[in-house]
Design a protein around this ligand. Structure first.
Ligand code: C5P
Length: 220
């Protein structure tokens, strides 16, 4: 049978990656971090010296993008070719370049096809797919669709805590710049019809995971 898809969208720093991963563990589901695919492509483009604001050059780099990602929430890794890039794709240079890569429509179509194939071949009863356009574009027919939001100050604070080695103001600025660039491509701040909003501003991590699990139980 086709796996049950739980689609979760939200902005940077909403906690969607860590929350999705933990909810997947509880459910015995796979976990697909679509942002990691865009990040891996940005890493690959930077590695090849590509100007990531040049759509044609990005598309060219996407042509030989050999990418693999684990769907196992307990053994998460990302590879490009022979290189393990799990940590490298979180570097600020990649975060700064990724919106340029994600802006190219042909790139989005190619990665979306890849996401659907990964879900279909996951071998799991379900997959939590997390990103910006999962509820609207990648799997609009998913039985469970969630928009995970949080107030901008809270998102910036959470992201700063994750990257404690970097200056908090610089982290907040980079996050807001990236959100602004991404918002021109997909509207990830408004819930599409039928999408359940979870606002995690006043929730801690476990409460947010429980809120997601409650929606999954109610809708499957
Ligand atoms: O989720 P994360 O912040 O790691 O995503 C990295 C980038 O990938 C986003 O800033 C956005 O440019 C892009 N992205 C996207 N569509 C998705 C997931 C991520 O455009 N579904």
């Amino acid at each position: 049978a086709e796996p049950i898809v739980v689609a979760i969208d939200g902005p940077a720093g909403s906690g969607k990656s860590s929350v999705s991963k933990q909810a997947a563990r509880h459910l015995g589901f796979g976990y697909l971090d679509t942002g990691a695919a865009y990040r891996a492509l940005a890493w690959h483009a930077l590695e090849r010296g590509v100007d990531t604001s040049d759509a044609l050059a990005v598309l060219d780099a996407a042509g030989d993008f050999d990418y693999a990602i684990s769907l196992d929430p307990d053994d998460y890794w990302v590879r490009v070719g022979a290189a393990e890039v799990t940590d490298a794709i979180r570097e600020p240079r990649v975060s700064d370049a990724v919106s340029g890569v994600a802006r190219v429509p042909a790139v989005r179509e190619a990665v979306n096809a890849m996401f659907r194939a990964l879900v279909a071949s996951s071998g799991r009863p379900g997959v939590i797919v997390e990103g910006r356009d999962i509820t609207t574009v990648v799997t609009p027919d998913a039985p469970v669709r969630i928009l995970l939001t949080a107030a901008p100050e809270v998102r910036a604070a959470r992201r700063s805590a994750e990257v404690a080695t970097q200056d908090a103001t610089a982290v907040a600025d980079a996050l807001h710049r990236r959100d602004a660039a991404d918002a021109q491509v997909v509207d990830f701040l408004t819930a599409a019809p039928g999408v359940t909003v979870i606002d995690s501003t006043a929730l801690d991590f476990e409460q947010t995971v429980d809120a997601v699990l409650n929606v999954v139980r109610a809708e499957t």
